[in-house]
Design a protein around this ligand. Structure first.
Ligand SMILES: C[S@@+](CC[C@H](N)C(=O)[O-])C[C@H]1O[C@@H](n2cnc3c(N)ncnc32)[C@H](O)[C@@H]1O
Length: 273
């Protein structure tokens, strides 16, 4: 069967699975997280590859640009895999997520990591930035895989909050999937065929809002140059859990950016230690 034909045959399966997803994204995320049994590289969560190779792409960047005197806030932390990693690099890390189920799981998974804490928070809600600033003071922000699941107006609302949190000393690091093809090509790339959809992908399809891509163009639209200074950006590989029988790593083309609010102290480069 040709690739194109197989993709066409995938359409009814995708439509059937996606029609089950709740329309309200907050309900969708909660439903998703409360249904998760196992996390990590052989678990149920599509993006939770827990990959050292992916993290190696980020380590030097966050170490060079995040002032360690500030806390780090992992926005949309999910089960906290990246929050725990950040806690190996920085003294104080806080994970926030809109889903109470995700935060309960993240708290359990970090029970042996004393410098992590977690809070339920909608990062797109007006005033969320002030809530975080009042509690933790100015902070660095880490975001993996959240912008691409938000609608543009919600992305912009989240950025407003991040600006408040970063103040004049914090930096924002983001890493997002930026797959160049359409959604059917994306699903096929992850291993979906007309005959089989891998379990982790099926769970995402039947619960969650449809993801988009987030690259330099999308970043510029919500982090305008009048308000933000770009310190570094470029391509990265985002790793998802292995869904092929051989267990080989599966990478999705992604995009990272490191930004500072315009006019922030030293916003032209890495921090001076
Ligand atoms: C694709 S997952 C990425 C999770 C985590 N950053 C990681 O890389 O493992 C997206 C996460 O964003 C959270 N999320 C979605 N909308 C959010 C919002 N408005 N505020 C805070 N978290 C949100 C979801 O609950 C989910 O845990």
């Amino acid at each position: 069967m040709s690739k194109l034909w197989d993709r066409m045959l995938l359409v009814p399966t995708v439509v059937r699975l996606a029609s089950r997803a709740p329309r309200n994204p907050h309900i969708a995320w909660e439903q998703y997280w409360t249904g998760i049994q196992n996390t990590g590289h052989d678990g149920d969560v599509l993006w939770d590859s827990d990959s050292p190779a992916e993290r190696r792409q980020y380590t030097d960047l966050v170490l060079a640009h995040f002032d360690p005197a500030l806390p780090v806030i992992d926005v949309g932390c999910g089960n906290g895999t990246y929050t725990r990693w950040l806690a190996t690099l920085f003294p104080k890390v806080i994970g926030v997520d809109v889903s109470a189920g995700a935060i309960a799981r993240a708290t359990r998974e970090a029970r042996n990591t004393p410098n992590c804490s977690f809070t339920v928070l909608d990062a797109t809600q007006e005033g969320a930035g002030d809530v975080l600033l009042n509690k933790w003071g100015p902070a660095n922000v880490f975001v993996r895989g959240v912008f691409h699941v938000l609608k543009p107006n919600k992305q912009a609302a989240m950025v407003e909050n991040l600006k408040t949190v970063a103040g004049t000393t914090g930096r924002v690091f983001l890493a997002e999937t930026n797959f160049p093809g359409n959604s059917l090509e994306y699903l096929a790339e992850l291993g979906a065929t007309s005959e089989h959809v891998p379990g982790q992908l099926q769970r995402a399809l039947e619960n969650l809002p449809r993801p988009g891509r987030f690259g330099a163009r999308e970043r510029l639209a919500v982090f305008p140059e009048t308000d933000w200074c770009i310190l570094a950006d470029g391509p990265v590989n985002i790793e998802v859990v292995a869904m092929n029988p051989a267990g080989h790593p599966q990478r999705v083309p992604g995009y990272f950016a490191l930004v500072a609010p315009a006019g922030a102290a030293g916003s032209a480069g890495p921090i001076q230690r």
